[in-house]
Write a protein that binds this ligand. Structure first.
Ligand code: GLA
Length: 384
């Protein structure tokens, strides 16, 4: 059962807008029809236990009836329910209805990734004279923050809102956690706007220099049904270059032009059209033309079956497009279908992989006294 939030800091603007907290029970189904759409606002339900603590599931609903559900376990976006061109609602992200499945370590479905999204080669890096050894969890490499990254910790949740529903999540990553130096104080704020934007703001401070590269690992399938692969989705990425990788998916350090290669998504192209000429499929970092200078639109994904499209805006200089190459059907989505090879894809905004070992890449080292601030927006639309 869903409960209204007791400690909401609603402002008068929010109340004037008539966006009241959802006070009554809503059904637990991920799929909703337009007629069942709950009132806009935010609600909370107890969602079981992880690490001996209670975790919760928050539902953010906007005035259009779009719903984003987020748990404070791993800051995971469990569903993002929007209407398709026929006004049928379904979730465009892979997720589960219960915490139990998330405790079985799915491949980062919907989670916040940190301290370092993507790989650090050999699980080692140096700052000054000091070499640090990180947990290695991807062969010899460090991936997505290590064995117990930010995707597997419990965040303190604070539903804060002005005119739209937001959920602010906080986590203190202790000095030495997974091998990283310094106490890192992290806040990730999710906001669902009335324009169907899921805005994610990442902020952090540290008391020792440390690499920081935060992202969200949502797996999208715009059809809302993972029985269909994402190979017919069209993708456009505003990037003239990408970072080629070695066999362990560590960048070589080179930035290669996409022109004339299967990595050229400067104009919209179907994902399946050239994927077979990329060994293992797409799992690469695109060097965005925006260079991470300000919040800019960097990619558009679209699907003609549902009519949905997804625009990605970010302040980050890179985008990992991962075509779901390791998905193997082991996990069952909330729709009851197995999440199979290439049935979903990720568009992870980030700094480049292995930056702590690549002096030529933009730095990911956060210094004490500096403020880490990064914004990414996933905006959904529909063409009727
Ligand atoms: C990232 C990586 C992939 C893979 C997935 C999780 O996107 O780039 O290689 O590890 O996470 O399976």
């Amino acid at each position: 059962m869903f409960k209204p939030i007791a400690n909401m800091k609603w402002t008068s603007a929010f109340l004037t807008a008539g966006l009241l907290v959802m006070g009554t029970a809503a059904c637990n189904n991920q799929e909703k029809t337009a007629s069942e759409t709950p009132a806009a606002g935010i609600s909370k339900q107890a969602w079981g236990q992880a690490d001996g603590q209670t975790v919760d599931l928050y539902s953010l609903t906007n005035s259009k009836g779009t719903i984003v559900k987020i748990t404070n376990y791993g800051g995971i976006v469990t569903s993002f329910i929007t209407k398709d061109k026929n006004d049928a609602a379904s979730s465009i992200v892979v997720g589960f209805d219960s915490i139990a499945q998330y405790l079985q370590s799915p491949p980062y479905f919907g989670a916040i990734i940190g301290r370092y999204g993507n790989r650090i080669g050999g699980g080692k890096f140096s700052i000054g004279d000091q070499t640090y050894s990180l947990a290695t969890n991807d062969g010899a490499n460090h991936l997505h923050g290590g064995i117990k990254g930010f995707d597997k910790v419990i965040w303190t949740a604070d539903p804060v809102s002005d005119t739209v529903a937001s959920l602010s999540l906080h986590y203190l990553s202790k000095d030495g956690e997974e091998g990283y130096p310094g106490n890192l104080d992290v806040t990730v704020k999710y906001t669902l706007t009335d324009e169907d934007e899921l805005r994610i703001e990442y902020d952090a401070t540290t008391d020792k220099p440390s690499p920081v590269n935060l992202t969200n690992h949502s797996y999208f399938n715009l059809t809302g049904d993972v029985q269909a692969t994402i190979l017919d989705h069209q993708l456009q990425i505003d990037a003239n270059g990408y970072t080629p990788v070695d066999a362990g998916l560590i960048p070589t350090g080179e930035i290669k032009a996409v022109a004339g290669t299967p990595f050229d998504f400067t104009t919209a192209n179907s994902i399946g059209s050239r994927i077979d000429s990329v060994e293992g499929g797409y799992d690469h970092n695109w060097v965005l033309n925006s260079k991470g200078s300000s919040l800019q639109k960097v990619a558009t994904l679209s699907d003609s079956v549902s009519g949905r499209y997804l625009e990605v805006f970010t302040t980050e200089p890179g985008l990992q497009f991962y075509s779901g190459n390791f998905l193997d059907g082991k996990f069952i989505n909330h729709t009851g279908s197995a999440v199979k090879l290439r049935s979903a894809l990720c568009l992870e905004t980030q700094h480049f992989p292995d930056s702590p070992n690549k002096k030529e890449f933009p730095s990911t080292i956060l210094e004490p006294g500096q403020k880490y601030h990064s914004v990414t927006v996933y905006k959904v639309g529909v063409k009727k």
